[in-house]
Design a binder for this molecule. Structure first.
Ligand SMILES: Nc1ncnc2c1ncn2[C@@H]1O[C@H](COP(=O)(O)OP(=O)(O)O)[C@@H](O)[C@H]1O
Ligand SMILES: [Mg+2]
Length: 352
């Protein structure tokens, strides 16, 4: 089911939790709402499911405006961050509860509960109580309960935040499988960029109630529209250095190189302040644009090694390379940047 948010605003007192958000979620896609804590992700999700009434704008499911409808009249299943299972009910009663509310027959409930229990792989847990389940199993029950009514839309608020690292990895692909298998349109809220990158068809990055960029994981990584997005996506993160344009060159203390043609053509002017952004894989020993620095940090992660390079002017750049460390702390090195692959931002943070 296609979801449209058209100029949606939601305020709590003086706080604009959602500020003029316009967004179209395509039928059958898994969309991630990504951003730092407090940026308005949960509020957006709750506006879609109807827990929050919006102050202005419109929300549509397909061609139907739902802005004024209560949650139970919108065809959505919600998985809350806390799972919110009923402790005194068995797993099968928990899952069947939304059907019970709708007064479906006992046989019908049993059939549907069995069906979703199979789908999320918890058939053998149906008689247990929530307290007898692991975090990951509780998660599956919460998802089963959310989809048992076969809603058009599935909304998940930080669904993996309460799971340990190994389980989080497993549930990521599990959720993806489930979403693909059912073809349900899904919106998942997360503050974890790796989660958003690995699971979703498209990502919406929010900050301060506003959308900064909408795009595929690839677009977010390789074509961030601004400095905030470039800094939020990527692990280990991108390194930034402020500098100036001089004579077609990027100049900052300890670094001076010819700007790529595409940047020169983008009408940057002499003396203009710009910021360089270099992802760690674009700083390597044999890359073309030379960088002289001291190695001030090394982390050997086995398969890869991370390095911090501190320039004469104090700027720090990070490099990631496969294999064991090739130098030691305090070494003076001359490596290189791939300037063509690097980003340049204007003084408003917009990518040039
Ligand atoms: N029920 C509420 N009452 C008052 N302020 C709220 C309420 N819910 C959220 N907020 C505020 O709205 C902003 C966005 O919150 P939220 O959507 O929960 O952020 P996120 O989920 O991205 O962490 C925050 O400043 C938060 O404090
Ligand atoms: Mg939240």
């Amino acid at each position: 089911m296609r979801i449209v948010l058209d100029a949606v605003t939601k305020q709590f007192g003086a706080v604009k939790a959602i500020d003029d958000v316009t967004l179209e979620i395509v039928d059958g896609e898994l969309l991630a709402l990504l951003g730092p804590s407090g940026c308005g992700k949960t509020t957006t999700l709750f506006a879609i499911c109807g827990i929050h009434r919006i102050d202005s704008g419109r929300i549509l499911f397909g061609d139907l405006e739902v802005s004024g409808l209560p949650p139970q009249r919108r065809s959505v299943g919600v998985v809350f961050q806390s799972f919110a299972l009923y402790p005194h009910m068995s797993v099968s009663e928990n899952i069947g509860f939304p059907l019970q509310v709708r007064k479906e027959s006992k046989a019908e409930i049993e059939r549907k509960v069995d069906e979703v229990a199979d789908l999320v792989h918890i058939r053998e847990l149906l008689e247990r109580r929530p307290a007898q389940l692991s975090g990951g199993q509780q998660q599956r029950v919460a998802i089963a309960r959310a989809i048992v009514r076969r809603p058009d839309i599935l909304l998940l608020d930080e669904p993996l935040a309460n799971l340990d690292a190994k389980l989080r990895l497993e549930m990521r692909s599990e959720l993806r499988r489930l979403q693909k298998e059912t073809g349900i349109t899904a919106v998942i809220v997360t503050h974890d960029q790796v989660e958003a990158m690995s699971m979703s068809d498209r990502i919406v990055i929010m900050d301060d109630g506003r959308i900064l960029q909408i795009g595929t994981p690839d677009e977010m990584y390789h074509r961030p529209s601004n400095k905030f997005v470039a800094g939020f996506i990527g692990n280990p993160p991108i390194s930034f250095a402020d500098g100036k344009v001089e004579d077609g060159r990027f100049v900052t203390e300890g670094l001076d190189f010819d700007l790529p043609d595409r940047i020169k053509k983008a009408s940057v002017t002499a003396g203009q302040n710009i910021t360089l952004g270099v992802r760690p894989e674009y700083l390597q020993p044999d890359f073309a644009t030379p960088i002289e620095a001291e190695i001030t940090f090394i982390e050997n992660q086995g398969r890869e090694a991370l390095y911090d390079l501190t320039l004469a002017g104090g700027h720090v750049f990070r490099s990631i390379q496969s294999g064991e460390p090739i130098c030691k702390l305090g070494d003076k090195i001359r490596w290189g940047i791939d300037a063509d692959a690097s980003f340049f931002f204007d003084d408003q943070g917009k990518r040039i």
